[in-house]
Design a protein around this ligand. Structure first.
Ligand code: TRP
Length: 334
């Protein structure tokens, strides 16, 4: 708890351009949570270097992502928006937690296995202990809830195990975090293969709508989206492409699938796809305008970076000092 509020932590990596899926599935909901919780939203740049990065590009993308958090509607006065690498406590706690994590546990992480297979030439120790750094992110702020996608649930489960293990040895040091369950974000699928999640790393540019796509591109991608030959606008499993488009439409217009099916009853796919494209443009255009305006305001962004790193650092130190004392590090002499 910070004051009256429970603590919420989440983070995103600044690798690749964000997609509509990242926005509708995560960012948009983060905004709706910021009144109820004390929120920490990190740009987790330390996680990014587990895969080889071009330094100037990573730096630029990290700043772009931080700016995008604000453009999406996160008020940087109310939400702690900061770079993970600016708060040294993440690395310090991660080291300690490494000593409370078993290799057997890390061996079971499915994301590690996937990534190791995809980057066989660089299976570094950081990639392996990535989930421990993530545990440190979360536990450093005494986090109560973590909104994460399915792909990160296993890491959150590990975080809870590590925290419980530590607490059972040293007493109640860490808050045990829960996954955020509530109005979960829309799960947006690839426009070209509706059995796959929309991803920022898809090789097919038509599969994903990027947040910075211009209106023509958005409409073109929607028109080309894979559907079926049923010819009926219905929301059902047998028509996954169409169902995904309905999900996108609903998330962009705050309608329900039932309302949407009714609205387009008897109309063709072409017309519906056009409406989806326009709905997406309706969401992306104001976001892009805010983003452009904000990125030109260097002073504002710099101030957010500095002040929020200080704020995060303050809470991080509180937890870290407690942990260091518990494990037996000598006291500092002042
Ligand atoms: N691993 C997460 C991802 O790739 C990002 C992340 C890092 C994160 N630390 C976190 C998410 C802590 C939630 C909480 O999506």
């Amino acid at each position: 708890m910070i004051g009256e509020k429970k603590v919420l932590f989440s983070g995103m990596q600044a690798t690749g351009s964000l997609t509509l899926g990242n926005y509708l599935g995560a960012l948009k909901n983060w905004v709706s949570l910021s009144e109820e919780y004390e929120c920490f939203y990190s740009v987790v740049d330390m996680h990014s270097i587990t895969i080889r990065q071009d330094a100037p590009q990573l730096r630029k993308r990290a700043r772009d992502l931080l700016t995008l958090y604000i453009a999406a509607g996160l008020d940087p006065e109310k939400n702690c928006i900061y770079y993970q690498s600016h708060v040294s406590g993440h690395a310090e706690l991660a080291w300690i937690l490494n000593c409370f994590t078993y290799m057997g546990e890390l061996n079971r992480m499915t994301q590690f296995k996937d990534k190791a297979a995809r980057h066989a030439d660089n299976i570094n120790a950081g990639l392996y202990t990535y989930p421990v750094l993530m545990a440190a992110d979360i536990l450093l702020y005494q986090t109560d809830v973590v909104p994460v996608g399915n792909d990160q649930l296993q890491h959150l489960e590990l975080t809870r195990d590590i925290a419980q293990r530590f607490n059972s040895i040293y007493g109640e040091v860490f808050t045990i975090p829960e996954p955020y369950i509530g109005r979960v974000g829309a799960r947006i699928m690839s426009l070209q293969n509706p059995s796959k999640k929309m991803s920022k790393s898809d090789e097919n540019p038509n599969a994903s709508i990027y947040l910075m796509d211009d209106p023509d591109t958005v409409i073109r991608k929607c028109k080309r989206a894979v559907t079926d030959s049923e010819g009926v606008i219905a929301y059902r499993e047998e028509q996954p492409g169409l169902r995904n488009l309905i999900d996108i439409y609903c998330a962009c217009t705050d309608r329900t699938p039932e309302e949407t099916v009714k609205e387009f009853d008897g109309r063709g796919y072409g017309e519906f796809k056009m409406a989806v494209g326009e709905a997406v443009v309706g969401v992306l255009k104001p976001l892009q305008e805010r983003y452009v305006r904000l990125s030109q305001d260097k002073e504002l962004i710099d101030r957010v970076i500095k002040e929020n790193a200080e704020k995060a650092g303050y809470y991080a130190q509180k937890t870290l000092r407690k942990v260091q004392k518990k494990v037996g590090f000598p006291e500092r002499i002042r």
